[in-house]
Ligand binder design. Sequence first.
Ligand code: GLU
Ligand code: ZN
Length: 283
Amino acid sequence: MTNRTRFAPSPNGLLHLGHAYAAVIAHDLARAGEGEFLVRIEDIDGTRSREDLAAEMLADLEWLGLPRDRPVLYQSSRIDAYARAGEELIRRGLLYPCTCTRAEIAAAAREIGPDGPIYPGTCRGREPDQGISAAWRLDVARASALAGPLWWHDALAGEQLARPDLLGDVVLLRKDAPASYHLAATLDDAFQGISLVTRGMDLFASTHIHRLLQALLDLPVPRWHHHPLLVEADGRKLAKRRGSPALKDLRDGGADGLALARALRDGRFPAGISLGQGLDTAP
Ligand code: GLU
Ligand code: ZN
């Protein structure tokens, strides 16, 4: 089976061992056949993305011995495509403008979903107001009714019935950025011809939304491989702010990147680090 995979980091912090593990998986699943490994820099969050961090990430991948088969795709070059897809969904009545603040949503939410409070639908059905800056949310119930039941396949978890309702009416067009992660990543996976989307289990629930977007926008449907995350001894996923070393620091300190990639591949992790339990991995 030839897979085209990708590693898609957001350049708002340095990569750590968890990212290295994710990159090794994506790379190796492509290399297992005659496939291709691609890299995408998810740099549309203008307030947090930094060019210098993107450059460090590419240097990390080189250090780990994970060469890419195509030029890097920067999401900042794809803004028109996100806008076009957003406009189409608005025209079809599938998005509505929302001006709720995070605090308002937290106060009104009745349910906590995998990614935090589920949007309670306050603005659902609202018509576009002239001149008001708003985020645009997907009307999931309406979109699901239009698309009908959808399925997707995860290499580890098997066949999944899409449950976009688990995340609720997510934002697709942000007020402060050209698009949300969901819209940009879904469009770009299709644009890059990705056949196997590999990423951490923490994004498993997002795939329900991505599958719905593929149906709405008539995009090809890849397969997925959500891998368990590396966790600390307390079961929480690695984070630089909790002392997980940055790959850049290991690299600058003269560590052997190829040996590190080999160790991760073989499941030999540094002391205190192990593979989490997949779906149960605490965020
Ligand atoms: N940019 C996302 C992240 O760094 C990953 C997106 C994906 O793999 O779909 O968490
Ligand atoms: Zn709202």
